[in-house]
Design a binder for this molecule. Structure first.
Ligand code: SF4
Length: 477
C-alpha cells in the first residue's frame, strides 16, 4: 500500500490532553463526520482533475472486497437539519433521467473496480421517492456487475409518508431482494417538526407506515431518531423514544444533530453539551429497558441477539474499514488510500453529474490521495459508530498496530478510563462515551487537530475568521 506523503501540518504531534480538550470544546463538529474544514486540512492532497482517473484506477487495483452505495438525491422538501446532498423542487421530475445515469455510472466504474460485494445501501435523499421498478433494476444491475460475498445484503431508506401511502412499493423492495429497511422518524414534537420543515412526516402516519412495512414482509426494520437540537426538551425526547419503541422496530439508530453544512448551523452554539449528554443517557436507559442493546458509544441499538443492527454495507465499513464505491450525486467513495466525492457534492446541482456521465467521464468532483494519518483518522472516525476500534482490522489495513500508531493517545484514554481493551477491540467505556467528542479528536490527523485547537469559541459560525469557518464544501461520512 502506498499512501501520499504527509504535509508539514500532518507531521506534528500534539499533546493528547490539549487535543481532547479541543474536541470537547468543539463538540458540535468533533464527531464521526471526518474530516473538518476540507479546504484547509485536505487541500494539500487534492488530485488535479486531469490525474483523477489514473489515481482512482491505481487506488482500486487489487481490492477484492468492497461495498456499494447508491445515492438518490430527491426529497419532497428539504429538512432544515439536512446535511446530505439533496436537490431542489425543480429537479423532482428528473428521477428517470437520474436513474439512467446511475446505471451508466456503474458501467463506467466496472472496468476499474471488481471484487465481491459485501453490502449495498440505497440511501439519499429519499430513495423511496423513485419508482420501485427503477430501484429493482439498479439492484439487478449491481448483481450482474459484481459477485456477491456470503452474508451480502441490501438496505434501503424510506420516509414515513411514502411507507404509509405506498404499500405496493414496500412489497416491490422485498421482491427486488432488499431485506432491510430504515425509516426516518427523527422527532415527534410537532413544533420542532415544523421548525425542521418535516411537517407531513408526523407521528400520525407512523403506525400505518409500519403496518405496511411489516405486511410487505420486512423482518429487519430500523427507525432513525435525532437528538441534540436547540429547543428539544428532555420530555419531548422521552416521548419520541417511547413512540419509537411502541412502533416495534428491530433496531433504533440515534443521530446526534451535527449541524455542519445545514440550514440551522447557526443554532449549534445554543446546544449545551450537558443537555446532549442527558438526552443520550435517557435514550440508553429507555432503550435498554425496552430490550434493545448497544455497547457504549454505539448509535444503533438492536433487540435481535447476534445482529448488530446496521446494514451489511455499514457494518463492513465500520468494523473493517472496507472500501466502498459510491454512485450518484455527491456520493463518497473510499479505498485504502483515497477518498473521493462525486460531482454535485458542493453545488447540490444535478447538471455537472449528468454531464460527466453523458460524456463517459467518471463523475469525480474531488479526489483526495491521502497520507496514512488521514486514512487512519477516517477509519477510526467511522469505527466510532460502534464505539470501538477493531485492532486486527486496523493492523491489517494500515500495516501497523493501533498501539504503535497512537501510543500517547492510547496511554491517555486507558489511564483515564475512557477506553478499555477486550480480546478484539479497543472500546469506549461509559465514561468515554460521555466524552465521545474529546476521545474521537485524539485519532484525527494533526492538521485537523490543529484546526480544533485554534478554533475559538464564538456565538455563531459567522463570527469566526474566514480561515476557521466550516466550509460549504463536501462533508458527511
Ligand atoms: S433529512 Fe432526509 S428526508 Fe430530509 S431532506 Fe435530508 S435526505 Fe431528505
Amino acid at each position: 500500500m502506498t499512501w501520499a506523503a504527509p504535509s508539514a501540518a500532518d507531521r506534528e504531534r500534539l499533546a493528547p490532553d490539549e487535543v481532547f480538550a479541543a474536541g470537547e470544546r468543539n463538540h458540535h463538529v468533533s464527531n464521526t463526520a471526518y474530516p473538518i474544514a476540507h479546504d484547509l486540512t485536505w487541500g494539500p492532497y487534492r488530485v488535479p482533475r486531469v490525474e483523477q482517473r489514473t489515481v482512482a484506477e491505481l487506488a482500486w487495483r487489487g481490492i477484492d472486497d468492497l461495498c456499494l452505495y447508491a445515492h438518490i438525491p430527491f426529497c419532497e422538501v428539504r429538512c432544515a437539519f439536512c446535511e446530505y446532498t439533496v436537490v431542489g423542487q425543480k429537479e423532482l421530475d428528473r428521477t428517470e433521467a437520474y436513474m439512467d445515469r446511475l446505471e451508466r455510472e456503474l458501467e463506467l466504474w466496472a472496468p476499474l473496480v471488481s471484487g465481491r460485494l459485501h453490502g449495498f445501501d440505497i440511501g439519499g435523499g429519499t430513495p423511496a421517492f423513485v419508482a420501485a421498478p427503477r430501484i429493482a433494476r439498479l439492484v439487478e444491475k449491481a448483481h450482474r456487475t459484481f459477485a456477491r460475498a456470503p452474508g451480502y445484503g441490501v438496505s434501503i431508506e424510506t420516509t414515513p409518508k411514502i411507507a404509509a401511502a405506498e404499500p405496493a412499493k414496500m412489497r416491490a423492495y422485498l421482491d427486488a431482494g432488499i431485506e432491510r429497511i430504515s425509516m426516518g422518524v427523527q422527532v415527534i414534537q410537532p413544533d420542532l417538526l415544523r421548525v425542521l420543515n418535516r411537517s407531513g412526516n408526523g407521528a400520525d402516519l407512523h403506525r400505518r407506515a409500519v403496518d405496511n412495512i411489516r405486511a410487505a414482509g420486512f423482518r429487519r426494520f430500523n427507525v432513525d431518531l435525532m437528538y441534540g437540537f436547540a429547543d428539544q426538551s428532555i420530555d419531548s425526547w422521552r416521548a419520541t423514544l417511547e413512540h419509537a419503541v411502541a412502533l416495534g422496530p428491530e433496531y433504533v439508530t440515534l443521530y446526534r444533530m451535527r449541524y455542519k453544512l445545514t440550514r440551522i448551523s447557526h443554532q449549534a452554539e445554543r446546544v449545551r453539551l450537558d443537555e446532549v449528554r442527558a438526552q443520550a443517557t435517557l435514550a440508553k436507559e429507555l432503550l435498554t429497558e425496552a430490550g434493545y442493546s448497544a455497547s457504549p458509544g454505539k448509535n444503533t441499538y438492536s433487540r435481535v441477539p447476534g445482529d448488530v443492527g446496521t446494514s451489511e454495507y455499514l457494518t463492513k465499513r465500520v468494523i473493517e474499514g472496507m472500501p466502498y464505491l459510491g454512485l450518484g450525486l455527491g456520493a463518497q467513495s473510499f479505498t485504502h488510500t483515497t477518498i473521493s466525492y462525486a460531482d454535485g457534492a458542493v453545488g447540490k446541482n444535478l447538471l455537472p453529474y449528468l454531464r460527466s456521465v453523458d460524456a463517459g467521464r467518471l463523475p469525480l468532483q474531488d479526489l483526495y490521495d491521502l497520507p496514512r494519518t488521514h486514512m487512519m483518522a477516517k477509519f477510526v472516525a467511522v469505527s466510532f459508530y460502534f464505539g470501538e476500534i477493531d485492532r486486527a482490522a486496523f493492523a491489517a489495513k494500515f500495516g501497523v498496530t493501533l498501539d504503535d500508531a497512537f501510543p500517547d493517545e492510547l496511554a491517555f484514554v486507558r489511564s483515564r478510563g475512557l477506553m478499555v481493551d477486550d480480546r478484539r477491540a479497543l472500546g469506549l467505556t461509559p465514561e468515554g462515551a460521555r466524552h465521545f467528542n474529546g476521545v474521537i479528536a485524539l485519532f484525527f490527523a494533526p492538521s485537523v487537530q490543529r484546526y480544533l485547537l485554534e478554533r475559538p469559541l464564538v456565538a455563531a459560525e459567522e463570527d469566526l475568521p474566514d480561515h476557521l469557518r466550516l466550509p460549504l464544501a463536501v462533508g458527511g461520512d
